[in-house]
Design a protein around this ligand. Structure first.
Ligand code: PGA
Length: 256
């Protein structure tokens, strides 16, 4: 049985200490003691320790939105994974479409970072997803296959089971609505099949594949019965305690 998981990256939407601490307090109050679902938040680096403290007596875990591709050295402006481990991160998000677009992050770089997660015993949340141009040129399946394989290639078989694949169609990020239910269902099945064909039945049956891209309370209701959707990765619509709680409640309504 794959346990459901719902979380949110604050990206750079949260840009003051007050905003972050108030948001975390509201979330802690509303959903902090659920144990039917894993919950996580990925604040900007500077806020991680404060948010970790606010969640300290809850079941909510924290993580980072990125880490450096090497352990230490001359890499100005980057954050080493060892520090993230030391301050209590559980999760590291890797390869988000915005990192690829604005910072030229590549799939081989993501693979290196996943390997560092294994070394430091942290759980990677690896973003994968096709662009509109992949759809237009009939390349979606190839793109997804390559991204899945890069995500899992450099780590051991036991660790692969811990990796969380976040399917985020690039064209559905930052929109009014998420991709539609049938499209998400079909693609999650395809992703699980890619894992099955590339690795093993055991891995395909145990790896968690979550959906992200304009997730709202409405998306959460629609996806609550979709078998291959193991969780949600929330952006803008989770930036209030109320919004986040509504998404968790709607997604978990048929999982009680
Ligand atoms: P969004 O962000 O929900 O604001 O579209 C989703 C994401 O990029 O994970």
């Amino acid at each position: 049985m794959r346990k459901k998981i719902v979380g949110s990256s604050w990206k750079m939407h949260v840009n003051s200490i007050t905003q972050g601490t108030e948001l975390a307090s509201s979330i802690a109050q509303r959903v902090g003691h659920r144990d039917d679902v894993d919950l996580f938040f990925l604040p900007p680096f500077v806020l991680i320790e404060r948010i970790r403290d606010i969640f300290s007596d809850t079941n909510i875990l924290v993580g980072a939105q990125n880490c450096a591709p090497i352990e230490k050295g001359a890499m100005t402006g980057e954050v080493p994974i060892s520090l993230l481990e030391e301050i209590g991160c559980t999760y590291i998000e890797l390869g988000h479409a915005e990192r690829k677009e604005f910072f030229n992050e590549t799939d081989p770089m993501v693979a290196q970072k996943v390997a560092l997660c294994e070394k430091y015993d942290l759980t990677p949340i690896v973003c994968i997803g096709e662009k509109q141009s992949d759809i237009d040129s009939g390349q979606s399946e190839m793109t997804l296959k390559s991204q899945v394989q890069w995500a899992l290639e450099l780590v051991s078989e036991p660790f692969r089971k811990r990796v969380i694949l976040a399917y985020e169609p690039v064209w559905a990020i930052g929109q009014a609505e998420s991709a539609d239910k049938d499209y998400i269902d079909k693609t999650h099945k395809l992703l699980r099949q890619i894992v099955r064909d590339s690795y093993s039945n055991e891995l395909a049956d145990s790896i968690r594949i979550i959906y992200g891209g304009s997730v709202s309370p409405k998306t959460a209701s629609e996806l609550s019965t979709v078998e291959d959707v193991d969780g949600l990765f929330i952006g803008r619509f989770g930036l209030s305690g109320e919004g986040f709680e509504a998404i968790v409640n709607n997604f978990m309504q048929s999982n009680k």
